[in-house]
Design a binder for this molecule. Structure first.
Ligand code: F6P
Length: 517
């Protein structure tokens, strides 16, 4: 079964939205709030411990219903069913897209249950000190070696759950730049360090180069027979892993129906599991699974990922907003933005539709951002007074983990003040100079979560996974391949040869650069 393929701009809803946009593009949210006391309640969704306020958007009831109509017109319901049923919706790679099956405890596939069991036993042995290094000492340090989806998700979640972390020290090595691995190695003791090599394909240049460098470093003090105690791998490519010298009992599985950027829920998340323990890892999965239920069963008007995706389409395709800012108000989510950049931009950075034809409308938004309050003192000036429209997601937690009321009150005061300022601007305030004027009317979503827990982080990540899926369906593109990164990888093979020999490339600029190296 293939995904429905509907050109969004040919739908009735799109045409109506175009006209509606012309009529309402100069609408001021300040006026919409003044005219309607119920607005904040009408444009908000409460779900579990999430409260999503999307009332500070340039939408009226009509905009909202037309956007919902667009979701119907592109057959979103059918697309969701297909994804969850395991149809090969990643058609360009002929694969299913079933990261949701990794956290579906009710209908768990036996191979997923086995992998979780393997992760549980392994992580418990490491955490409890039963897994010994080659000199008999317990493991103190975990190092994840991977890149892209085999790095960003585990790294982001491990950092997000720092509060729940155990005594193990965790490092991530990803960049092929030797600075990354060399600086990390300086901090490591080979006797007490365990390396997790994560690569779905086990062909990725960066990961294999780093893994080989690390193994050579390890073998300076240990012997080949000690490798089994210090190296494990997560991959679909069992042959290549064994060839690398990793014992088959130390290989954790991956499946081709899990895309790299959606894989933290699988054994790719082994470093998370070791850092926070299996129970917390399972809670992360449960939180994501609850969001899967919400997404697949809730009517679109109350469906958080659907609503956020449609708002994003509204700005990207009608207001021509090119980017979106993601602004978590917690230091724990410092790595959320790079993670979402891969998830969203690798998925929806496409310009060919599902009929293999070039699109003639905008697709994938540029994702950027940073943590509040630091970002307020960095780039918020441009959000407030710049010329670009940048819809933003403000993510915050009602309760703190540290319990220091003064800090948390001040953090939340800023969190709320910013969306208020972006909405209201200086309207009604007399300012003598234009440069002191703020127009306001800047759209924001507020995602307020009760508390940062493994479960709520699981739900939050799944929210964005589903949001990007909905956008891909509306834009009629394939969100689950990433052919765009292949060309550069292939050319890098040739440029490496050129650097290491006297071979030259076609282009004179490239050759001039090569001659300088
Ligand atoms: O270059 C992009 C990519 O293919 C990602 O999609 C993937 O997460 C990453 O490379 C790493 O791939 P692997 O897990 O096979 O090493």
């Amino acid at each position: 079964m293939s995904l429905p393929s509907v050109n969004p701009i040919k739908t009735n809803a799109w045409k109506k939205l175009q006209q509606h946009f012309q009529e309402t593009k100069n609408v001021k949210m300040q006026d919409l709030f003044a005219e309607d006391e119920t607005r904040a309640d009408r444009f908000a969704i409460s779900w579990n411990d999430f409260y999503v306020d999307f009332s500070k958007n340039r939408i009226t009831s009509e905009t909202f219903s037309l956007l919902l109509q667009l979701a119907e017109d592109v057959n979103l319901k059918e697309a969701i069913q297909q994804q969850f049923s395991g149809a090969n919706i990643n058609e360009t790679e002929n694969r299913a897209v079933l990261h949701t099956a990794l956290r579906d405890f009710k209908n768990m596939k036996p191979e997923v249950a086995n992998a979780l069991q393997q992760m549980k036993q392994f992580s418990e042995a490491v955490i409890q000190g039963d897994w010994k290094g080659y000199t008999g000492k317990p493991i103190t340090t975990i190092v994840n070696i991977g890149i892209g989806g085999s790095d960003l998700g585990p790294d982001m979640v491990t950092e997000a759950l720092t509060y729940y972390k155990n005594q193990l020290q965790t490092y991530f090595i990803s960049n092929v730049d030797g600075d990354h691995v060399m600086e990390t190695l300086k901090k490591l003791n080979p006797e007490t360090t365990l390396f997790i090599i994560v690569s779905k394909t086990f062909t990725t240049q960066e990961t294999l180069t780093n893994a080989t460098t690390v193994r050579s470093w390890f073998l300076k003090t240990a012997s080949e027979s000690d490798v089994a105690k210090h190296f494990v791998a997560v991959s679909t490519n069992l042959e290549a892993v064994k060839e690398f010298g990793i014992a088959s009992e130390n290989i954790f599985p991956m499946w081709d129906w899990v895309g790299g950027r959606f894989s933290l829920w699988s054994a790719v998340g082994l470093s998370i599991c070791c850092s926070v323990g299996y129970t917390n890892f399972e809670d992360l999965l449960k939180g994501a699974n609850e969001m899967d239920g919400h997404f697949s069963e809730t009517p679109f008007q109350e469906n958080i990922p659907v609503v956020l995706a449609l708002l994003s389409v509204w700005y990207a395709n009608f207001y021509k907003a090119e980017s979106e800012a993601v602004l978590p108000y917690t230091q724990y989510l410092t790595k959320l933005v790079p993670y979402l950049q891969q998830a969203i931009m690798e998925s929806n950075g496409k310009s060919i539709d599902r009929n293999d034809a070039p699109v003639d409308y905008e697709t994938g938004t540029i994702i950027w951002g940073g943590t509040g309050t630091n970002s307020q003192h960095a780039f918020f000036q441009l959000l407030h007074q710049g010329t670009k429209l940048i819809p933003s997601d403000f993510i915050g937690f009602a309760e703190s983990l540290h319990g220091n009321k003064e800090h948390h009150d001040k953090l939340l005061a800023n969190f709320i003040a910013q969306t208020e300022a972006l909405l209201q601007g200086t309207e009604g305030v007399t300012t003598p100079n234009n440069y002191k004027k703020f127009e306001g009317n800047k759209p924001t979503n507020t995602i307020l979560i009760q508390k940062l827990t493994p479960k709520s982080i699981g739900s939050l990540i799944a929210l964005y996974e589903h949001k990007l899926f909905v956008q891909g369906i509306v834009w009629n593109i394939y969100s689950y391949d990433q052919w765009g990164v292949e060309l550069g990888k292939n050319i890098a093979k040739h440029t490496l040869k050129a650097i290491q020999s006297s071979e030259r490339m076609k282009n004179s600029s490239t050759n001039n650069l090569l001659s300088k190296i």
